[in-house]
Design a protein around this ligand. Structure first.
Ligand SMILES: [Zn+2]
Ligand SMILES: [Zn+2]
Length: 260
């Protein structure tokens, strides 16, 4: 079974035709884990998971949104996490590429949500863009034991450190880009039992559709790119990544999707 471990089907890019995209996903027999970026999209993510048996949700505040988190955001996230189809707190983390939000606020909101994940015994889904050192340091201090570095872009050496904490890594469209040597290196060298597939749609469409709207069915292109990088069959990638998703997200029951 192919699983898109990180998607944003709540994004306005899908407002015009979300139901037809959902139909396409259902027909493929896939599972999609949809990540919230703020309170509103976290709620929407939970709604999608209630409506479709092939969607699971994550709830969290993205670093871009950290300054707008609001007074009671932790309480709201806690309530949302009570839904059993919520698998993790995410996406959370640090983004020093865009710096849309003051770094100190990013760090504070990241650490607070890690604390919440620890309290709830849930894994986390982490966004780290050009903030590898601080991300690692905050995770090491947090006491969180399991999580996913989504769209992993740091070095193999740092991956060793993230693995010591208990982290997995997901790869998406970037492993099909010509100039993306780091993600390609990590995707080809990391242990296969630590790797997940993601689209991060509507962003990061794989080649040859780079720049166009991405959607979860592109996971097939990404799976085949990963198979090629590692010199194994797509079936092996499919089997390994599905089992990794199960190991990482304890709440996932895989009742949705077609069994194969
Ligand atoms: Zn992200
Ligand atoms: Zn994302």
């Amino acid at each position: 079974m192919l699983i898109d471990a990180h998607a944003h089907l709540d994004d306005e890019a899908f407002d015009g035709d979300r139901e037809s995209v959902m139909k396409k996903i259902r027909e493929k027999g896939m599972i999609v884990i949809n990540a919230g970026s703020n309170i509103e999209t976290s709620k929407f993510s939970v709604e999608l998971s209630q409506k479709h048996d092939f969607i699971y949700a994550c709830v969290g505040i993205h670093p871009h949104e950290a300054a707008k988190a609001g007074q009671n955001y932790l309480e709201t996230l806690k309530q949302l996490a009570e839904y059993e189809r919520v698998l993790a707190i995410g996406e959370i983390g640090l983004d020093y590429h865009y710096d849309f939000c003051d770094r100190e606020i990013q760090k504070k909101v990241f650490a607070e949500q890690l604390e919440l994940a620890k309290e709830l015994g849930l894994p986390v889904v982490v966004h780290d863009r050009e903030a590898h050192r601080d991300t690692l340091e905050i995770l090491q201090k947090s006491g969180v034991k399991k999580g996913l570095m989504h769209c992993y872009s740091a070095s193999l050496e740092m991956a060793e450190e993230f693995m010591k904490i208990g982290f997995y890594f997901s790869f998406g469209g970037t492993i099909t880009f010509k100039n993306a040597s780091r993600p390609k290196q990590a995707a080809s060298k990391l242990p296969l039992d630590k790797i997940l597939l993601e689209t991060d749609c509507p962003y990061l469409s794989p080649e040859p559709r780079r720049g166009k709207r991405n959607d979860p069915t592109e996971i097939e292109t990404i799976a085949s790119a990963l198979a090629k990088l590692r010199g194994v069959s797509i079936e092996e990638i499919e089997r390994a990544t599905a089992s990794n998703v199960r190991n990482l997200f304890g709440r996932l029951t895989l009742t949705g999707g077609r069994n194969r």
